[in-house]
Design a protein. Structure first.
Length: 129
């Protein structure tokens, strides 16, 4: 979702708000938190897995400390890395694609957007929208 401003005229790559703006438009609160725009370190998994583990841990700790109910992502590698590491880190926060949240907000049910297949189960019907 973020591209160099010099090439595209896109939003600020240091503080991208595109996903936040989409989610807020449909009524989903998006708290600011320390690691909100940090990379999970997937590119380091093969050559330096320890760096990746630290980055993933930091994102999970930061999200939970912010009081977030879920972590919304656009990147499949972030989704996989964060969700697969939750148990190791002792965290219970769902990791979902932002498009799944948009689907819920626009009237799809949990099964339509496959939130019932997440590793961390969450009561989406009563909490989110």
């Amino acid at each position: 979702m973020v591209r160099p401003r010099t090439d595209t005229g896109a939003e600020d790559s240091e503080n991208p708000m595109g996903m936040d703006n989409l989610l807020r438009t449909v009524g989903i609160e998006t708290p600011d938190w320390y690691c909100k725009t940090e990379c999970c370190g997937a590119s380091s998994l093969l050559n330096n897995p320890e760096i990746s583990k630290i980055r993933i841990r930091d994102v999970l700790i930061s999200a939970q400390a912010s009081g977030a109910d879920a972590i919304a992502v656009a990147c499949p590698l972030c989704h996989m890395n964060l969700e697969m590491t939750l148990e190791d880190q002792g965290k219970k926060i769902p990791v979902v694609y932002f498009t799944q949240l948009l689907g819920l907000a626009l009237g799809c049910n949990v099964k339509d957007v496959e939130l019932n297949k997440m590793l961390v189960q969450y009561d989406w019907d009563s909490k989110l929208i």
